[in-house]
Design a protein around this ligand. Structure first.
Ligand code: ADP
Ligand code: MG
Length: 600
């Protein structure tokens, strides 16, 4: 008598359900995917008690005949794959043939469907995986699946369900993602008698996002894209109100995914940009040949694997950077209120200027700058500000506007409260945050040096001694080459004392000490092996350097220094955003000024 036996279908389906169906939102996701695969034009989702009591998804897709309806409930029954090669290029959302039997195994389930309404439809009732009834019904073409009492026979799972609000949030977010990937399909989601989403079929994604965001969008979504050979990334970015965190959605070949690689690629350029995105949206559609991506890596199909993940990562990151650039040409003027006198006072109190740093030209950074091109007042200058979205038809310019621009951004008016530079530009009044601007300039410079492997450093007259914690001291050996790559020479003597002997000329020894501590902290966090594996990114290090070395607010600058800074800023890769994603330039348009002053 052996002990090994093959599991019954009922058990197998319940086990599969454990992977595929985690909560009501997974049911909605699977059923909606089926409806989309069936070519539906309208999908209606009804819920009760956050989907625990009922999830019903009805569509007007192609429907099924009776035989197919019964077969669809069998495990590994699908119409979407035939040959093994098909698995290499999956173009449908479903392909595993698991969803219906899994859901039916853990709920009171009912499927009604009609393929040819003339021939009548069928209703199949299943309870906990057992077919209870199969009846003919009359119904229009399409399919409707009701899932009642989810997990009624899996008490352990049922316990893990969260509050109605939480489950509803998961469902809504999943449906929003599906809706953004299929703008031409209408969706309606209701909970009891309350309609949560009402999305008519839309001509394009932009319109769909507008319908979704509704009044929560602070400005219309702006499109951006990045194409690299067969790989394309299209996106929409829309700022929302407040300072919430933006919704990020990524779809790969029409499939919304939660992929760690992609999320990292999106987040990196986004770090800190939440400030301008507020509770807005950032949506990306990645398209690449079907055989360059493996969607069969996760039972719930939420993750994908790329044949060339580095290329995808780079393209997505570049796309997001573009998107942010597009967006903050349009920093909402509302934000001007933030910079009112009260706020400026707070800033004014913030930090006194570093002693001995009265002139920016004494700052070693400026000893090394080449002369900028001569004719900034002309076309070239205008190209730089094009990012701010100016249009060709301009209202008559005022006298001041006709004066020559002395910086790439426009004519410099001067410095405000030793912290902001004011400019008269074609787009209106520009306000530049001098600290962030300088940070941007330095970031580009440090990054370039690091990428070329040519750090610049200058010996300190007197070495700086830094007392380390034991764990910092332990990570020191691993961090040392990283520091060297940044232009920092340091060693440890005794048990826990580090000695900094050389720094990039832009940093004083206090800033150098802070930097060494920050790098050690990173190494402690990530583990010493991170240092060789390149997991500590040049960008991060350059940002840490730049942040330390940049001039602070409340630091008077001569006019010459101001012009110099602005010219340097214009020459950076992204003059409108600091490496952490904070905006650098704020625009107050003339029209807005006039409107607010009651002139229009
Ligand atoms: P998969 O989607 O992976 O094929 P499912 O278990 O989700 O597996 O569905 C099984 C099959 O049932 C599908 O391949 C499809 O042929 C059919 N089906 C499911 N839902 C619908 C629907 N809403 N409309 C038409 N056919 C459907
Ligand atoms: Mg399916």
């Amino acid at each position: 008598m052996g002990h090994v036996h093959v599991l019954s279908d009922e058990l197998v389906n319940r086990i599969a359900a454990g992977e595929v169906i985690e909560r009501p939102a997974s049911v909605v996701k699977e059923l909606v995917e089926n409806s989309l695969d069936a070519g539906s034009r309208m999908i209606i989702v009804d819920l009760e008690a956050g989907g625990r009591r009922l999830v019903r998804v009805a569509d007007d897709g192609q429907g099924m005949g009776e035989d197919d309806a019964l077969l669809a409930l069998e495990r590994h029954a699908t119409s979407k794959l035939v040959r093994p090669e098909d698995l290499e290029r999956i173009e449908t959302l479903g392909f595993r043939g698991e969803a219906l039997p899994s859901i039916a195994a853990v709920s009171r389930f009912e499927l009604t469907t009609a393929f040819d309404p003339g021939a009548g439809g069928v209703r199949v009732v299943v309870e906990g995986g057992r077919i209870m009834a199969v009846n003919p019904v009359a119904r229009p073409r399409g399919t409707s699946v009701s899932v009642g009492d989810l997990f009624f026979n899996v008490p352990a799972r049922r316990k893990f369900l969260r509050s109605v609000e939480t489950e509803l949030r998961h469902i809504t977010q999943g449906l929003e993602a599906a809706a953004l990937s299929a703008p031409d399909v209408g969706f309606r989601l209701s909970h009891g008698s309350r309609v949560l989403l009402e999305l008519p079929a839309a001509p394009d994604r932009l319109r769909r996002l507008q319908d979704l965001g509704g009044r929560r969008l602070a400005a219309p979504p702006r499109p951006f894209e990045e194409r690299r050979g067969e790989l394309s990334v299209e996106g929409l970015v829309a700022p929302g109100p407040g300072s919430g965190s933006p919704r990020l959605l990524v779809a790969v070949n029409g499939r919304p995914v939660k992929d760690r690689l992609l999320t990292a690629a999106v987040r990196r350029p986004l770090r800190g940009a939440g400030e301008t995105l507020g509770g807005g949206w950032l949506v990306l559609w990645v398209e690449l040949p079907h055989d360059a991506v493996d969607v069969n890596v996760h039972p719930a199909k939420a993750e994908v694997r790329f044949a060339r993940s580095g290329a995808v990562f780079a393209a997505v990151e570049a796309a997001v950077r573009k998107g942010l650039r597009v967006l903050h040409g349009e920093v909402p003027v509302r934000r001007f209120g933030l910079m009112g006198p009260e706020h400026a006072d707070v800033e004014g109190d913030a930090r006194p200027a570093a002693p001995g740093a009265a002139s920016l030209f004494h700052h070693p950074v400026y000893g090394q700058v080449e002369e900028p091109p001569a004719s900034w007042g002309d076309r070239q200058a205008l190209d730089v500000v094009a990012g701010l979205g100016h249009t060709e038809d301009k209202r008559p310019t005022s006298g001041a506007r006709q004066q020559a621009a002395d910086t790439p951004f426009g004519r410099l008016i001067g410095q405000y409260r030793a912290s902001f530079l004011l400019l008269d530009s074609r787009d209106g009044l520009l306000i530049v945050d001098q600290h962030v601007a300088h940070e941007r300039v330095l970031f580009d410079r440090f990054l370039e040096r690091m990428e070329r492997g040519q750090p610049v450093s200058q010996g300190l007259l007197e070495p700086r001694l830094v007392e380390l914690t034991p764990s910092e001291a332990e990570g020191f050996a691993a961090a040392r080459p990283v520091l060297q790559g940044m232009g920092v020479e340091a060693d440890v003597f005794g048990e826990t004392t580090a000695r900094i002997t050389a720094l990039p000329p832009e940093l004083d020894s206090q800033e150098g000490e802070e930097l060494v501590r920050e790098v050690l902290e990173k190494v402690t966090d990530l583990g010493p092996e991170a240092c060789d594996s390149g997991r500590i990114l040049h960008e991060e290090l350059a940002a840490a350097l730049a942040c330390r070395a940049a001039i602070k607010v409340n630091h008077p600058l001569t006019r010459e220094e101001q012009v110099h800074l602005l010219r340097d800023l214009a020459a950076t890769r992204d003059p409108y955003r600091c490496p952490h994603g904070r905006p650098i330039v704020l625009t107050l348009r003339q029209e807005e000024m006039e409107r607010r002053l009651g002139r229009q």
